[in-house]
Design a protein. Sequence first.
Length: 272
Amino acid sequence: LLSWSWVGCFWVERTPVHEAAQRGESLQLQQLIESGACVNQVTVDSITPLHAASLQGQARCVQLLLAAGAQVDARNIDGSTPLCDACASGSIECVKLLLSYGAKVNPPLYTASPLHEACMSGSSECVRLLIDVGANLEAHDCHFGTPLHVACAREHLDCVKVLLNAGANVNAAKLHETALHHAAKVKNVDLIEMLIEFGGNIYARDNRGKKPSDYAWSSSAPAKCLEYYEKTPLTLSQLCRVSLRKATGVRGLEKIAKLNIPPRLIDYLSYN
């Protein structure tokens, strides 16, 4: 580690505040804060104590730091905010604390958003909360694509279902690669079927000109599943469901629940 230290809460090595925050030593952290230690000191890679606590899901330390004036939207060298790190840890408690102190759910980042990180960690609870407070479902990362791409690549089906039910674009593309291409690559039949039920285009071609079925091994379960859907048209009821869900747009479940139609139809449209 570099050994230089600047005055005024600037570049330093990891400080005792960083260490206490990361380890969840809340009593020691409180004593450091009371003795005047700076809560916004950053390491050479721009990590603040709040980043360190958030990444480890140390909710009590997060609370102490925020109450002491820690910058809630500070960015590290990768551009990540403490909210991104809390989502990466899957700590719903830390996420709630950061949001309560005004953390931006859609920070202007060129890297993965908090929603991407929640999908990467597989925390459907964090995904649901972020969507409820206005997370951009189509936030695009140059490496990962949309949050749906991430959830599919990591095979987090619960997160995929939450995203799709909230109105995420099932056919969003990253270099023309859709979530269904990811599902075929990870050979997950349940994921493939879920995406198709929500209107996934089995004929979509990526930048190599390949359909999702081109990534499935011949005679494997995913290949047979995709082959079935390529040869068998969706039912009229399924086509109507997809069309209506597309028409209701983002957060369409709220609108569907208010429709003056039988409960069974609402359940069907809600994919229950």
